[in-house]
Design a protein around this ligand. Structure first.
Ligand code: HEC
Ligand code: HEC
Ligand code: HEC
Length: 309
């Protein structure tokens, strides 16, 4: 028993909990229409029938042990089981009109009610939505940039921003991505895309106008890492051995279904994170392009000329 508990502490939920520091999810809430129901709605109307009380051996909502052991399969694996049915678990929980996405959300909800920290999977539509500068700033950057904590340049204070932007906007974006001094990587919100970070900076420079700052000189943007470099430095930790259900490096059969909705969709999903996959693979300082390179490399490590750069 003691052994098992020690083992649990290494389980994906515990890991995800730690990794999710930056993942204060701001997914738009799902509407109640079919296909767009939230995890809670689906669980209340369908899954609770068996999972509320643990009917017929169903893992009970709130039962950490029951869910931790299953969570090892990752959201992908569990969704597959719930969609096609497994042992006494009926396919689609007996409701064939539920989409895979809704089932994924329902599982995430049950896992989170049982001590987990998973992020509800987003629809293609949610994933595509780029947040405006104002939205990003209000949700996150204000925490330090409003009051100027630790020397953070204040929102709308041009005199403070101009010297920062002299090196060019791209360099400033890159600096906010990597973080330095009191500025955490991506302002401590790993699921922001590069474009969203850029929008936020433009907004803080001048909240009243969407200005273009492009002509401001030298852009010595640090070199972009290749897919191989990124994977060796970070993604291999889980994707090498398929930890927690991560698709393995070079395992095309595992990657093809993940890439079905297009590479950009997979990139965005990796940026947001879900299930055992932490936002940006827990490296907030990687750019969107580097994440993309890494995914192409993991799909096919041998085609480095195509996937590497
Ligand atoms: C008719 C009862 C019933 C309903 C309704 C039901 N489940 Fe289950 N579920 C079960 C049982 C029983 C098991 C345990 C199966 C086993 O491990 O033998 C289970 C197991 C699971 C598992 C774990 C699968 C695994 O690989 O270990 C998941 C995930 C799951 N259910 C999700 C859902 C979701 C999501 C819904 C609602 C859409 C739902 N279930 C509705 C009975 C039900
Ligand atoms: C802490 C472990 C971990 C690390 C580190 C990690 N991943 Fe993952 N990744 C996972 C797991 C687990 C899944 C499967 C998630 C699921 O579907 O339940 C996954 C899934 C993915 C997917 C598929 C997403 C989808 O929507 O199907 C992509 C793409 C991905 N990872 C990219 C990366 C990249 C790029 C890196 C390195 C920068 C990385 N991962 C680092 C654990 C990890
Ligand atoms: C935890 C506090 C904190 C949060 C949250 C935060 N910042 Fe900062 N930021 C700072 C501090 C402190 C500095 C000044 C760092 C220095 O130059 O020493 C700074 C500096 C910056 C700079 C200037 C970088 C440079 O190289 O001069 C940019 C750009 C920036 N922040 C963007 C953002 C954006 C965008 C967000 C929201 C997504 C954000 N910050 C959220 C604390 C924060």
């Amino acid at each position: 028993m003691k052994n098992m508990l020690t083992k649990y502490s290494k389980h994906p939920l515990a890991v995800t909990a730690l990794l999710a520091i930056a993942a204060m999810s701001v997914l738009p809430s799902a509407s109640a229409q079919p296909g767009g129901r939230s995890g809670k709605e689906v669980v209340d109307t369908v899954c609770a029938k068996c999972h509320a009380k643990g009917e017929r051996g169903a893992p009970k909502i709130g039962d950490k042990h029951a869910w931790l052991t299953r969570a090892e399969l990752g959201l992908g694996g569990l969704t597959q089981h719930a969609v096609s049915g497994v042992r006494k678990m009926p396919a689609h929980g007996g409701s064939p009109n539920l989409t895979d996405l809704e089932i994924g959300r329902a599982i995430t909800y049950m896992v989170n009610q049982s001590g987990g920290q998973w992020t509800e999977p987003a629809s293609a539509k949610d994933i595509a939505a780029v947040r405006t500068g104002q939205q990003v700033v209000q949700a996150q950057c204000v925490k330090c940039h409003e009051g100027g904590a630790n020397g953070a340049p204040r929102i709308g204070d041009r005199d403070a921003w101009i010297p920062r932007l002299k090196r060019g906007l791209d360099q400033t974006v890159r600096s906010a991505i990597s973080g330095h001094g009191g500025m955490p990587p991506r302002g401590d919100k790993a699921d922001l895309t590069d474009v969203e970070v850029r929008n936020a900076i433009l907004y803080m420079y001048n909240p009243k106008a969407a200005v273009r700052l492009e002509p401001w000189g030298a852009k010595e943007v640090p070199a972009t890492l290749t897919g191989q470099q990124v994977v060796q430095a970070q993604c291999h930790k889980c994707h090498q051995d398929g930890l927690h259900g991560a698709p393995r490096i070079g395992d095309r059969d595992a990657w093809v279904p993940r890439l079905k909705q297009g590479v950009e969709h997979a990139v965005r999903s990796a940026i947001r994170g879900h299930g055992g996959m932490p936002p940006r693979g827990d490296r907030a300082d990687l750019t969107d392009t580097e994440i993309r390179n890494a995914i192409l490399y993991m799909y096919n490590p041998n085609a480095t000329s195509k996937g590497g750069k």
